[in-house]
Design a protein around this ligand. Structure first.
Ligand code: FAD
Length: 319
């Protein structure tokens, strides 16, 4: 069976859930080989083996923390040379998409981003499934030369524990030749809200201009907390200064694909849909029955969010 290279997202050795989903996708194509980089990478091996990784290539070189993406591109390229995989899979994130694009350029192959699934084609070569135009169309595409590099959105596949050998191997990377680009001069941790990360959350509750003020985001936060979800925002709400840009969902914000997306006071502009249309179940609360968001939803509530959202929160908190 062909090997599939899975690039691991982890925080100091703690593997993030989308990587485990990616291992499920990888197993449909062949045998997953994981590559984990940065501080704590060696600690990921047990969890990765428990989700089907046959090998875990590890490098904890300091270059990954000292510079932006280039050392990671060097390392993944080295892993590709060692493994000769049928595909390289990344979790879709801003940084990973940059690494993926640079890697594809070096491999003289091609990159497909934001897939919602990857299938084995008739000839065994991977076919990426993407969702377009507010989930109206599903496209299947493939890289026509070289080793395909594909980024897959979080929440695209279930996490399935499966025993793999998980043999740990040191990945020796020669960083000397590469141009380093930008050096990291400082890092500061973002203040934690205790809520899940927006792009990884199984539930996202978003607010838009219909909230009327930044203070009213408290309604959205209360509903998100009742559901254990993350908070999102439309660009109109972000541009008004009501909520930080890090929470913006859409074309110029983040792309989310949760099990449940609740849009409150959001009209459903195409640029907003671009970031949430692959959500599994979509609920909208809007006082205008003609709002375009209702074309997209599984469940819609026509009503004033200032009444509906607190009622919903109260009802959920009772259970
Ligand atoms: P509106 O369109 O003003 O909608 C507000 C909605 O709230 C209305 O439907 C209204 O009926 C409803 N409402 C009002 N009061 C209440 C109430 N009391 N109870 C219930 N409902 C109520 N937008 C994004 O979101 N993300 C992006 O990444 C993004 N990128 C963009 C990129 C470009 C290049 C451009 C041109 C635009 C982009 N936009 C983006 C902006 C997008 O076009 C819309 O302007 C924006 O999404 C509108 O936000 P909204 O739905 O909150 O506001």
């Amino acid at each position: 069976m062909a090997d599939v290279l899975v690039v691991v997202d982890h925080v100091e050795g703690s593997v993030r859930k989308p990587t485990l989903e990616l291992l499920t996708v990888a197993r449909r194509l062949g045998t997953p080989v994981a590559v984990a980089l940065g501080a704590g990478a060696g600690q990921t091996a047990g969890v990765l083996a428990g989700h089907g990784a046959s090998r875990v290539l590890v490098s904890e070189a300091s270059e990954f923390a000292d510079f932006l993406v280039v050392p990671k591109v060097d390392a993944v390229q080295r892993a590709v040379e060692l493994v000769d995989p049928v595909a390289v899979l990344f979790v879709s994130s801003g940084e990973n998409k940059e690494i993926a694009a640079r890697l594809a350029l070096r491999l003289e192959s091609g990159v497909i981003t934001d897939a919602v699934d990857v299938e084995a084609g008739e000839d065994g070569r991977p076919v990426a499934v993407q969702s377009a135009f507010a989930a109206s169309y599903t496209t299947r595409s493939r890289v026509t030369r070289g080793i395909p590099v594909i980024t897959v959105k979080p929440n695209s596949a279930p996490v399935e524990p499966v025993e793999g050998a998980g043999a740990v191997e040191e990945l020796a990377v020669d960083f000397a030749a590469g141009v380093r680009g930008a050096r990291v001069v400082s890092r500061s941790a973002r203040e934690s809200t205790g809520r899940p990360e927006l792009t990884e959350a199984a539930i996202v509750v978003s607010g838009g201009r219909g909230l009327g003020s930044g203070e009213n985001f408290a309604l959205i936060e209360a509903l998100a907390d009742a559901l254990g979800g993350a908070v999102g925002a439309s660009r109109a709400a972000v541009d008004a200064g009501w909520y930080p840009h890090a929470h913006q969902v859409g074309q110029t914000g983040k792309s989310v694909s949760p099990q449940l997306y609740i849009a409150s006071g959001i009209s459903g502009a195409i640029q907003h849909r671009a970031g949430m249309q692959t959500s599994k179940t979509i609920v909208a609360i809007n006082k205008d029955a003609e709002a375009p968001i209702f074309d997209l939803v599984d469940y819609g509530v026509v009503g004033d969010l200032h009444t509906v959202v607190p009622q919903l929160t109260e009802e959920i908190n009772k259970r």
